[in-house]
Write a protein that binds this ligand. Structure first.
Ligand code: FES
Length: 122
């Protein structure tokens, strides 16, 4: 089983999800087996303004550990990520980063600000 621990910078309670990546998809947004797909399928909220189509940055997450368990970022994801507030070398788009390691252990941080929130606050 793979595991994702989700920490919210906004202060919401941490979540831990155990799942079998081979059972993907878990939901209907994002790449099957992506962090977004896994979270939504386990009732853990993650913003996804474009519906998981690699066209926004609201699903930006920081993968503090377990990056190697994920699919490689494609060019389109890298291009979108460049626009994400608070970009880090461990940043990924939740809807594009697919958990490929069936025994992967990930620690994922959901940043406080997404582009939506930043623009709402002017
Ligand atoms: S939900 Fe829009 S890029 Fe992931």
């Amino acid at each position: 089983m793979a595991r994702i621990r989700v920490v919210f910078e906004s202060g919401e309670p941490e979540q831990e999800i155990e799942f079998d990546p081979r059972q993907a998809p878990f939901h209907h947004d994002g790449q099957p087996g992506s962090i977004l797909d896994v979270l939504l399928g386990h009732r853990v909220h993650l913003e996804h303004a474009c519906g998981g189509n690699c066209a926004c940055t609201t699903c930006h997450v920081v993968v503090k550990s377990g990056l190697g368990a994920l699919s490689e970022a494609q060019e389109q994801e890298e291009d979108m990520l460049d626009k994400a507030p608070g970009l880090t070398p461990m940043s990924r788009l939740g809807c594009q980063a697919v958990v490929e390691d069936a025994d992967g252990e990930l620690l994922v941080v959901v940043p406080r600000y997404t582009i939506n929130q930043v623009s709402e606050q002017g």
